[in-house]
Design a protein around this ligand. Structure first.
Ligand SMILES: C[S@@+](CC[C@H](N)C(=O)[O-])C[C@H]1O[C@@H](n2cnc3c(N)ncnc32)[C@H](O)[C@@H]1O
Length: 190
């Protein structure tokens, strides 16, 4: 399904990073980062251009090919991998997940892998469409079972120090509408 969506030359997502990413790393010393389910790579590419050493994964080879093309000369380690099973052979200063919506057992596995990939003292930053977005927001998949809520995600980040676990508004200019995202921002104890 994702390979089909990524076929063709047009971008499915924007080339710009998610609006919450630049302020997250502003003033932070560049380090290593893993972008899980990177799609066409907008966040990975932007971060790599800020001097971070980025590994980016997606299970769609077509998406990864487009990301590689979009990156041009920008160096990113692109990996075709399933987020529910991928075990990198290193840990990262920053692990990011943007808009990965999966049934419960799969999102649990993806978070387990993502948390394991965070280095001690490192950061997990994940953004998903909030469950409340269905009724009070804009866009996103209309499938309540795969949308994110604080209650649903909270067990997956057990053991991390939570900085933020809650909703943020995101203005969608093309639709002049406001979407509701769930933000998961946490650090791993040293
Ligand atoms: C809504 S897109 C978001 C893409 C990107 N994170 C962004 O924000 O631009 C969801 C992405 O998750 C990927 N995906 C879905 N299930 C996956 C899985 N089990 N393992 C890896 N990637 C997956 C899809 O291929 C797709 O690229």
């Amino acid at each position: 399904m994702w390979d089909d969506r990524y076929k063709g030359s047009d971008l499915v997502w924007s080339a710009e990073p998610n609006i919450f990413l630049p302020p997250l790393v502003e003033g932070v010393t560049a380090g290593s980062a893993l972008d899980v389910a990177c799609g066409e790579g907008r966040n990975a590419i932007w971060l790599a251009r800020q001097s971070w050493a980025v590994t980016a994964t997606d299970f769609s080879p077509v998406g990864i090919d487009k990301a590689r093309e979009l990156a041009g000369d920008t160096q990113v380690d692109w990996v075709v991998a399933d987020a529910t099973t991928y075990e990198p052979d290193t840990t990262f200063d920053l692990v990011m997940i943007f808009y990965l919506h999966l049934p419960e057992d799969q999102i649990a596995a993806a978070f387990e892998r993502a948390v394991a990939a965070v280095a001690p003292g490192g950061t997990l930053f994940a953004v998903g469409h909030a469950l409340s977005n269905l009724t009070d927001g804009y866009g996103g998949p209309p499938i309540p079972e795969i949308l994110w809520s604080k209650e649903r995600i909270d067990p997956y980040v057990d053991g991390l120090d939570i900085i933020e676990l809650g909703e943020r508004e995101r203005y969608v200019e093309a639709a002049d509408a406001t979407a509701l995202d769930l933000i998961v921002w946490a650090t791993k104890p040293r």
